[in-house]
Design a protein around this ligand. Structure first.
Ligand code: TXA
Ligand code: MG
Length: 331
């Protein structure tokens, strides 16, 4: 990445971001989950540039971000079940995406031609300020190349996309490190019961407590690239290792250089680079993607990953992303 181009894209000015959205430009936006590559959800030309920048197939739908829960009735969705409204009222702003029947403002260009739309009200103050000032919906996939690791700070966005964003036309908004660190929980609300399409910061137990309905597992028919087996992948090969496995033995036979990502308390074998030692799944989620990027920057060939050992909601999300990184790595 060329540094001058990077600094020409960076801004912390909300008004500049809003002007950019109105002009059909792209705005990389910090959210509490990961950074998104945003565009005016009602501008098909701007949305086409989002797909092109990511290299993402256009039949994969985008999440539309809104300023508050009341906006879902503003032409974005219809036939909303009462339990989905409860989820919106309880979990928004926050790391939850609801898939609902689409309203007239959610065109084919954001839904990949499906009759449903993914909606989310993010909790990050910068994202919130942009959405309030903009007034409309901002469609934003994670701000990474298709299939790669999501960015959790502005520098990651530049590392991924500086070559394809145009200074003067697009911007990258500064917002610090994402607090959650993995993408939102996605719940399909178009059937009789909530269906989990992607685990994230809001856990199944919380969804069941709020709705009073048992969550059902997703089938394979829904087009959600985050649910493709090979996704969220670094260049290094990611190998999942159970906590009670022989980490040292695995490190000895793995192609080097070898790195270890494991909860605190798991010792680092000799000649292995320790990427992080999170004390719980929330900290694991926060450092996961930065650790995978660091492994690639350091030329690591094998990342041994020991999943979190607690049962908090983010443990399931971290395990899900590690499994997909393991399937999709070394390409
Ligand atoms: O935390 C997040 O969700 C981040 C931030 C930026 O909000 N966004 C994000 O977007 O992860 P993306 O595009 O990388 O992943 C969104 C996932 C995709 O797997 C997409 O297929 C799925 O949401 N999705 C969006 N609309 C959908 C729909 N109508 N039906 C089923 N899946 C949908
Ligand atoms: Mg993504």
């Amino acid at each position: 990445m060329d540094d001058e181009r990077g600094s020409a894209l960076l801004t912390d000015d909300i008004a500049v971001a809003v002007r950019t959205l109105r002009a059909g430009g792209l705005v990389a936006i910090p959210t509490e989950t990961v950074y998104g590559l945003g565009a005016d959800a009602e501008n098909p030309g701007a949305i086409a540039r989002v797909y092109a920048a990511k290299g993402r197939p256009t039949d994969h739908p985008l999440i539309v971000h809104l300023a508050d829960a009341a906006a879902i009735d503003d032409g974005w969705s219809r036939d909303i079940p009462s339990w989905a409204r409860l989820l919106a009222a309880t979990c928004w702003p926050g790391p939850l995406t609801l898939v609902l029947r689409r309203g007239p403002r959610a065109g084919d260009h954001v839904t990949g031609g499906q009759l449903t739309v993914g909606l989310r009200v993010p909790a990050h103050p910068v994202a919130h300020a942009v959405l309030v000032a903009f007034g409309g919906g901002v469609a934003a996939p994670s701000a990474n190349r298709f299939g790669r690791v999501s960015p959790t700070d502005a520098q990651h966005v530049l590392d991924e996309l500086a070559d394809v964003l145009e200074p003067g036309r697009d911007v990258v908004l500064l917002g610090g490190e994402s607090r959650v660190g993995v993408e939102s929980t996605i719940v399909d609300c178009t059937g009789p019961a909530p269906r989990l399409l992607r685990p994230g910061g809001i856990g199944v137990e919380e969804i069941e407590a709020v709705t009073g309905i048992d969550v059902v597992a997703a089938d394979a028919a829904v087009r959600a690239p985050g649910t493709l087996a090979a996704h969220y992948a670094p260049s290094a090969e990611v190998v999942l290792v159970a906590r009670d496995d022989d980490v040292r033995g695995r490190a000895r036979v793995a192609p080097g250089p070898v790195a270890l990502l494991a909860p605190a308390g798991v010792p680092t074998p000799d000649d292995v680079i320790r990427l992080a030692s999170p004390t719980d799944s929330a900290e694991y989620a926060r450092c996961l993607y930065a650790a995978l990027r660091e492994a690639d920057d350091a030329g690591i060939r094998t990342v041994l990953a020991v999943p979190p050992s607690d049962h908090a909601p983010l443990a399931a999300a971290v395990l899900d992303r590690l499994r997909r990184a393991a399937t999709g790595s070394a390409r």
